[in-house]
Design a binder for this molecule. Sequence first.
Ligand code: AMP
Length: 249
Amino acid sequence: MKILVAVKRVVDYNVKVHVLPDNSGVDIGTAKMSMNPFDEIAVEEAVRLKEAGKADEVVAVSIGAAKTLDTLRVAMAMGADRSIHVTTDAALEPAAVAKVLAKVVQSEQPDLVLLGKQAIDDDASQVAQMLSAYADMPVATCANKIDLEADCVTVERETDDGSMTVKAALPAIVSADLRLAEPRYVTLPSMMKAKKKPVQAVDLADFGVDVSARLTTLTVQEPPARAAGVKLNNVDELIHVLKNTAKVL
Ligand code: AMP
């Protein structure tokens, strides 16, 4: 049983990014970067499945510039056995990422592919679904529980209406939601050990896939500033405001 986990290096969730003066994007020049939080959850789940004896190997894969190797090292410090680093300085759109991951799936032949439900930088939430189409594999998104068996996977998914349980034959793709697993703390000794784990670097160009952009960013803007709150003195004032200003009563 082999699990492939896709991890993306993104701006750390604690960083407040600022829009570039020409509105072409956000300034991430010197920002702290980390593994996408949903991908940390996916790695944790993959490692737990291995620790539970349900998987034999966990392989992390990431597409990105040289520094992406740091993110893969974190995945290996968490317990991934080895990594594949698809090197490129270009920022790929979700469809291009899915095409490249489909090639990795073709060569690695994993039984289960785990991804985050969305990357917190583009908030696209598209790669798992597109990979399902390109790799012709079933996909269950937003998982908060995974039950892996030899030939199938049962996934409990979070939906707006409650929880939905689905089952898919392997090989399958699952994307991780917030409550799937709590990522472990990465210790210094585990980081040192991770440095000895194998990383296969492959140039994006070697995949021979068309990763050209299909979207043009017209403008990027800061969200509108929130109006300051009002402090009320008593419940009567609150009811008055709710009735006459907010008009919700
Ligand atoms: P998105 O559809 O862009 O919100 O991303 C969903 C998931 O796809 C992420 O949580 C990652 O698991 C995976 N992913 C996106 N971009 C990359 C990348 N450059 N390298 C590896 N995995 C990625």
